[in-house]
Design a protein around this ligand. Sequence first.
Ligand SMILES: NC(=O)c1ccc[n+]([C@@H]2O[C@H](COP(=O)([O-])OP(=O)(O)OC[C@H]3O[C@@H](n4cnc5c(N)ncnc54)[C@H](O)[C@@H]3O)[C@@H](O)[C@H]2O)c1
Length: 304
Amino acid sequence: MGARHGRTLTGLDDVELVGVADAVPAAARALAGELGVPALEPDELLRSRLDAVWLCVPPFAHGELELAVVRAGLPLFVEKPLGAGLAVAEEVAAAVAAAGVPTATGYHWRHLDTVAAAREVCAAHPPRLVSATWLDKVPPPAWWSRADRSGGQVVEQATHVLDLARLLAGEVAEVQAVRAPSSDPGRDVDDATAAVLRFASGAVGTLAAACAQPAKTRAGLELSCAGAAVELTETALTVTTAEGADRREPAVDARLAVDRAFVDLLTGGPRADGLVDYAEALRTHRVAVAVAESARTGAPVRPG
Ligand SMILES: NC(=O)c1ccc[n+]([C@@H]2O[C@H](COP(=O)([O-])OP(=O)(O)OC[C@H]3O[C@@H](n4cnc5c(N)ncnc54)[C@H](O)[C@@H]3O)[C@@H](O)[C@H]2O)c1
């Protein structure tokens, strides 16, 4: 994801990429070479008269890096999830709030024009049932398969659909989850998680996540609303009302839009909807961590 953001940022006319850092020097050199910028140590980078930092490390590596950027008083983009667990994210959120630095996070789906359209439908037709789904394969990075490093599938992956469930149906008051443990001795991330969600609005929902299949087959949400039905994936939105069904595809490249929107925020450019700052991302992360905790303990959990 660091490479992806680096390529996007170098393609923006009003951005100058200053350098790249990585815990693995060869990885930093390879990306820096591709992008035509120096490979630097993180503290060298922070002394390089920056206007902002994009932090794209795996879930287990969060904490000290964010705190160093915040101490330097710099705006910060952080990839989702905010951490493998909750404690680091809560600590960083407090530091971000105290410093007042602008932040953005990698919940890029929120930049889809189809998500904005779904939001309008849900404002007019309150969701009563939300079914969120993420059925996928195990991603390649080795850290993903270790629950203490990635946080597990719900925290690392399904967080995108939990974020949209919050956006479209409001805050989640309580979750209760069960799990199908890993069928692979090399992975301690569960094969599947099934959760029931209770929303503060009175709506109910489910999350179904699974990662033992050979390919991604589905990731998205279906919302049954009062007077409408909404089906949303990263590539399509279908809204069904009494007048019939209307299907459309996004006209926006959300992965580009998320970087463009944060640069615009920092440069005083046009304000786009969709940016998820650290505090808002933390509210989604709390729900994901609550589902993971409930799956582990079997007890209902109220996200903080
Ligand atoms: N927004 C999205 O849709 C999306 C998609 C994929 C991944 N991601 C997120 O992006 C993050 C990175 O995922 P990835 O697939 O790029 O992982 P990756 O393992 O491919 O790359 C992570 C890089 O971070 C480096 N790194 C690890 N610890 C570090 C540290 N302490 N300091 C500096 N560098 C460090 C690693 O050496 C590696 O080069 C994850 O949190 C993942 O969830 C988001």
